[in-house]
Design a protein around this ligand. Structure first.
Ligand code: FES
Length: 182
């Protein structure tokens, strides 16, 4: 005959294993759910290309005399949330030779309120027609009456196998500090 205590112990053991099974099952169910959420939101974590090195033009496209040339900045592939696009224009830059083989780059966007800056070949300067900010060839503010709160926004450049690459960024307008827009 089975003692009453043994029956109770057996029931308690079964209850314990049932609870452990339920807990394990719930835990295992969370893994695919977590992976699914990761896949669902993965595109939101991908970058727009800003801050990456982007090929702009061959070095041979720049005049030897140091005159700036404006180029569009084109992303070969852009992933915006769940949409994948090819050859997307994301901005424009002025490129200019210095010391023969080095290149300086400026974002064409005016730091004042975001208009596009022109290069004036006769004056040999940069000029923003919106509120008359003017900048020297080195990007510095050349007219003290310019409303721009800072010089033109320079960008990092490198030349690889004759190709100019720029680390392209946009910056917040209307403030003294050069703060990249994410
Ligand atoms: S936006 Fe360029 S001067 Fe105002």
């Amino acid at each position: 005959m089975i003692a009453k205590e043994e029956i109770c112990e057996d029931q308690a053991r079964r209850g314990f294993f049932a609870k452990v099974s339920v807990a394990l099952g719930a835990l295992l169910a969370l893994f695919p759910l977590g992976a699914g959420i990761g896949i669902l939101f993965d595109p939101l974590r991908r970058k727009s290309g800003r801050g990456d090195w982007i090929a702009i033009a061959p070095l041979s496209a720049l005049p030897e005399d140091g005159s700036p040339v404006r180029f569009p900045v084109i992303l070969k592939e852009s992933i915006d949330a769940w949409t994948k696009k090819k050859d997307v224009p994301i901005g424009a830059v002025y490129l200019k030779r210095v010391n023969g083989g080095d290149v300086v780059a400026f974002n064409v966007t005016c730091p004042h309120l975001g208009c596009a800056i022109d290069f004036r070949s006769a004056e040999r300067d940069y000029f923003c027609p919106c509120h008359n900010s003017s900048f020297g060839l080195d990007g510095s503010i050349s007219n003290p009456d310019s409303p721009s709160p800072r010089p033109m926004d320079s960008l990092q450049t490198k030349v690889e196998k004759g190709e100019i690459k720029v680390k392209y960024l946009d910056f917040r307008a209307g403030i003294k500090d050069k703060i990249p827009i994410a």
